[in-house]
Design a protein. Sequence first.
Length: 368
Amino acid sequence: MKTVLVTGGAGFIGSNFVKYMLDQHKDYKIVNLDLLTYAGNLENLTDIEDNPNYEFVKGDIADRSFINDLFEKYHFDLVVNFAAESHVDRSIENPEIFVQTNVMGTQVLLDAAKNLWQTGKDENGYPTYREGVKYLQVSTDEVYGALGKTGMFTETTPIQPNSPYSSSKAGADLLVRAYGNTFKFPMNITRCSNNYGPYQFPEKLIPLMISNVVELKNLPIYGDGMQIRDWLHVKDHCSGIDTVLHKGRLGEVYNIGGNNEKANIEIVDLIIANVKEKLSNNQYNGIDTDASTISDDLKIHVEDRLGHDRRYAIDNTKITTELGWSPSYTFEQGIVETIDWYLNNQDWLKQVKSGGYQEYYEKMYSKK
């Protein structure tokens, strides 16, 4: 049985990935390490917490002593690092924590894995490693910077991050790359486009807009709303990471994109229309909003974010041609399914927005 460390596995993408791996790899043990900061929510995982192949550990990836002990205890075969401070707005307010977690935490994980997996040295003095081990760094297309009206990011696009968040992720990527080059460390890096889907923290665009439409609150749109992103359903992202983890050539970077470029204002308009239609035709527990009161008047344009990149677009040719992966969701299909999920999971949304989810760890694990 392989043992997989998933860091940040209580967050949006991480929790979806933990579930995906338990479903796809019945013979794997998944250890979920998460510090449970504001975006870590164990209630995302209530349906698998009794799975015998799953274990949760609370801890900080930047705590070297703790991480070394964890690696010694579990002897991980695979490491997938999602753990990161990830909201651009928060990085503008407090860059330091992004460096601490995203850069220093990554370096601690790299050292722990290298020390555990190394078996000796080859004839040229490079470390050799246990068979079948790999470290996968989950990154973002934001490390590439911004695009003009045309063109797409490829794996060879120069790294030019424009926010404290993306620069911290770029720093982590470069560390992972350096370990691969200097120590022949078994690694891959994946860079994804904007994710959406169930369990996303409601400060992000799509869940925020769904929630605000339901509550008839203003829909704040940065600047003119014409910032363009490529959108990737979180389930497609999970399958892409799994593909790279098992098929990716060591030392390589793989872009994972959804082939769905949309302007933010388009997405807001789509959400308004879709929520209005759904509430007109269906009943949802915990929602008593009069659909006739939902209109474009909820939209307000606010001052643009500092240094806001105008366009991202990912070229995923490498992963599709080399590894045979492709996204299964169109945006039109995925956004409807996502809106439905949030409308049907009002209790989860209210718990997150109230902060009540943060009490769940104490309730479930304080006596263990």
